[in-house]
Every structure is written in structure tokens, then in C-alpha cells.
Design a protein around this ligand. Structure first.
Ligand SMILES: Cc1ncc(COP(=O)(O)O)c(C=O)c1O
Length: 381
């Protein structure tokens, strides 16, 4: 196997880029002794709210908690149905199922990997109460179509923005809004590989609704409005001060890191477009793309061999995601399947996410590109 230093996301390289600032921030938290709910947590929430142009950001422990807290804040009842994309990370369906709600998957648009908004109405029933629109891989769902549907059927809209912080939805009148700020509640994750990331677990809820903000804040803090006054059932979901301190620094650089990933995506596009047996990702006209992932579609019979070929060349790749939600054993007992989910099933057999991060060098990327071309030519199937 070739020796390379290529990573899917090179976290160490990014740390070294920001080392001075991060080390200072880490030491100042250590010296402060305020490890839980230190001032950095509120400062970070204010700064992220300003960046997103929303009044409320409520930090919490991770992106899965954020989804659970959002669903709890909307006061959905067991048996209520929540529409989720069939192709995504399990967290959305999991939070739904955990609360006794029913996940109802909708098929995706294979060009963008996001839920196919034109198919949502096919699965709506009297029990449908909410939609979780997951902005997958770095671009925003078809929000104008989704907003029309939520209005028509009086549904709540949660945006799972774990993978797309910083991306923008472009409305047909040309106005723009940041992903996560368009529905009733946005949720996000600060897992180390995410577009806005800390050095462990972290998450947040985003909203413009003061009542929902209050409920989310209470739920994340054991249902307390004031200390030791528990008004509603909540949970314990806090962002550590040390993670908030890191996030304040990362937020300042996030757009620059995104711009670097966009450049890398452009180079992939330049060299991989029109290569036989693969399709490069497309960006919808109504969204910008922050390229949390650069996910190509490889001819089904060749995908696993190409992955192995690249591994042997020292190039990591990941299959996000090998199974659609409705094929996961965990959800079989509670899911309601109301439509064919063919596109989601098909892409699971073809997706391959390539390394992409702000510190990737041109030489590393050209090595990846050339190895893909060589691999595709060598694999005889
Ligand atoms: C789309 C999406 N939603 C939710 C989550 C859950 O976030 P966390 O790992 O912080 O709980 C993830 C994490 O991978 C994700 O990719």
C-alpha cells in the first residue's frame, strides 16, 4: 500500500493552522475554572446568531440532542408522523422514533441527494405533524416548495443543518437566507468533521420564534425555567465551555475554510466531469454548496472495487450512506413506508465520498483524481 498522508478531513492540519489562537483559548478556559456554562457559551451563541442573522441560538450537547429537543419543543404527541428523507444519517429518524413518533421516509432527488420536495405530499396524512428537512452534504433542500407544503398542511418544519452550516438558500426573488434559519427550528452538530466543528461533541438549536427558543432552552436544561424549578420534562444537554471557546475561533474562519473546500470541489469537477462510470455532484440553482462532503456516484458494479483500489493507493473514502433509513433494523418496528423509495435505495449502492478539506494540497488532490481515473480504467466489470 502506498504511504500517503491523505485524510477525509485533516483535523490535525487545521488545528496546526489555528494552533496559537486555539491553545490560548484552551488555556484561558482551564484557568477560568468555569467548565460548565462559562461565559464563552453565551458569547458563542450570540456570535453564531449574528452570523446566521437570527435572534436565538441555543447551544446543546450534540446534533442528535438538538433534533430531539426540537421535536420535544414542538410538543408532538406519540403516534404523530414526521417526514424524514430516506437517505440520510440515522439521527433524524432516531430522534423521531425515540419520542414515540412515526418516521415517514420520503424519496430523494439523486442529483442533490436531498429529499425530493415534489414527492412530500404523497406521504402526508392527518397524522403528519412535521417535516425534518436534512440539508445533506452541504447544500440546502428545495425550501420554497417545502414551505408551501408546510403552510398548506399546517406542519412544523425542522431543518437538520448538521452538514450545511454556512450554506445559503436563494429564494426565487433573489433574497438569501442561511440554511437552518428558514423553518420553525434549525438544528446543527459541531462534531469535529462538520463545517463548523469543535474538538468533541457539540450542537445547537436555531430559531426566530421566542416561545420555541424558551422551550428549547428549558428542555436542554432539565425543563427548568429557573434553577430547581422544573416546569416540563427535559434532558441534560449542554455545550461545554471548552468547546464553545474553540467554536468562537472556528466561526471566524469558517467562511474561509468553506471557500477553500469550494475551490477543491471545482478542481474535482474540472477533472472528473465526463469521466466514464462516475457522476459528479450537482448543486441546485436555489442553493449554495459548502461541500461538507464531495460525494460522487460510481457505477454500482464498480463502486466497491474503486474504493478498494483507492485504499490500496493510500486514499481514504467513505460510503455515506450504505443503507437507506427504511432498511435499518432499528426503525423497522415504527417506520411507515408510504411510497417507493427507489432513488434512495439506488444511491446507497453508488455513493462514494472523496477526501475534501481546507488544507488539502493540489498535489494530493491530483493524486486522488489520477488514481480514480486509473482505477476506473483498471476495474473490468
Ligand atoms: C445530518 C446529520 N444530522 C445529525 C447528526 C448528529 O449529530 P451528532 O453526531 O452531533 O449527534 C449528524 C452527524 O453525523 C448528521 O450528519
Amino acid at each position: 500500500m502506498s504511504e500517503t498522508n491523505i485524510q477525509m478531513v485533516d483535523l490535525k492540519r487545521q488545528y496546526h493552522h489555528l494552533k496559537k489562537e486555539i491553545d490560548t483559548a484552551l488555556l484561558s478556559v482551564a484557568e477560568s475554572g468555569a467548565y460548565i456554562n462559562g461565559s464563552q457559551v453565551n458569547d458563542f451563541a450570540d456570535e453564531l446568531a449574528k452570523y446566521l442573522a437570527v435572534p436565538y441560538v441555543i447551544p446543546c450537547a450534540n446534533g442528535t440532542d438538538a433534533l430531539q429537543i426540537a421535536l420535544m419543543a414542538l410538543q408532538l404527541k406519540p403516534g404523530d408522523e414526521v417526514i424524514v428523507p430516506a437517505f440520510t444519517y440515522a439521527a433524524a429518524a432516531e430522534a423521531v422514533a425515540l419520542l414515540g413518533l412515526v418516521p415517514v421516509p420520503v424519496d430523494i432527488d439523486p442529483k442533490t441527494f436531498n429529499m425530493d420536495a415534489s414527492k412530500i405530499e404523497m406521504v402526508i396524512t392527518r397524522q403528519t405533524k412535521a417535516i425534518i428537512a436534512v440539508h445533506l452534504f452541504g447544500q440546502v433542500c428545495d425550501m420554497e416548495k417545502i414551505l408551501t407544503i408546510v403552510k398548506r398542511y399546517k406542519l412544523f418544519l425542522i431543518e437538520d443543518n448538521a452538514q450545511s452550516t454556512g450554506s445559503e438558500y436563494i429564494f426565487s426573488d433573489g433574497t438569501r437566507k442561511k440554511a437552518g434559519t428558514i423553518g420553525d427550528i434549525g438544528t446543527t452538530s459541531f462534531f469535529p468533521t462538520k463545517p463548523l466543528a469543535c474538538f468533541g461533541d457539540g450542537g445547537a438549536l436555531i430559531t426566530s420564534n421566542p416561545d420555541l427558543a424558551k422551550r428549547c432552552r428549558m428542555i436542554a436544561s432539565h425543563g427548568q425555567e429557573q434553577k430547581y424549578q422544573h416546569k416540563i420534562i427535559g434532558c441534560n444537554s449542554r455545550l461545554d465551555t471548552i468547546q464553545a471557546a474553540i467554536l468562537r475561533i472556528k466561526l471566524k474562519y469558517m467562511d474561509a475554510f468553506t471557500a477553500a473546500r469550494v475551490e477543491i470541489a471545482k478542481r474535482y469537477q474540472e477533472h472528473l466531469d465526463f469521466v466514464n462510470n462516475i457522476k459528479i455532484p450537482q448543486t441546485a440553482a436555489f442553493s449554495t454548496h459548502v461541500y461538507h462532503q464531495y460525494t460522487i456516484l460510481v457505477q454500482e458494479e464498480k463502486r466497491d472495487d474503486l474504493q478498494l483500489w483507492l485504499k490500496e493507493k493510500g486514499i481514504p473514502t467513505i460510503i455515506y450512506y450504505p443503507f437507506p433509513i427504511h432498511h435499518q433494523e432499528a426503525f423497522k418496528w415504527c417506520i411507515r413506508i408510504a411510497m417507493e423509495l427507489t432513488e434512495a435505495e439506488k444511491v446507497c449502492k453508488s455513493v462514494l465520498s472523496l477526501p475534501i478539506h481546507s488544507g488539502m494540497t493540489e498535489d494530493e488532490q491530483m493524486y486522488i483524481i489520477n488514481s480514480i481515473k486509473e482505477g476506473l480504467a483498471a476495474i473490468r466489470k
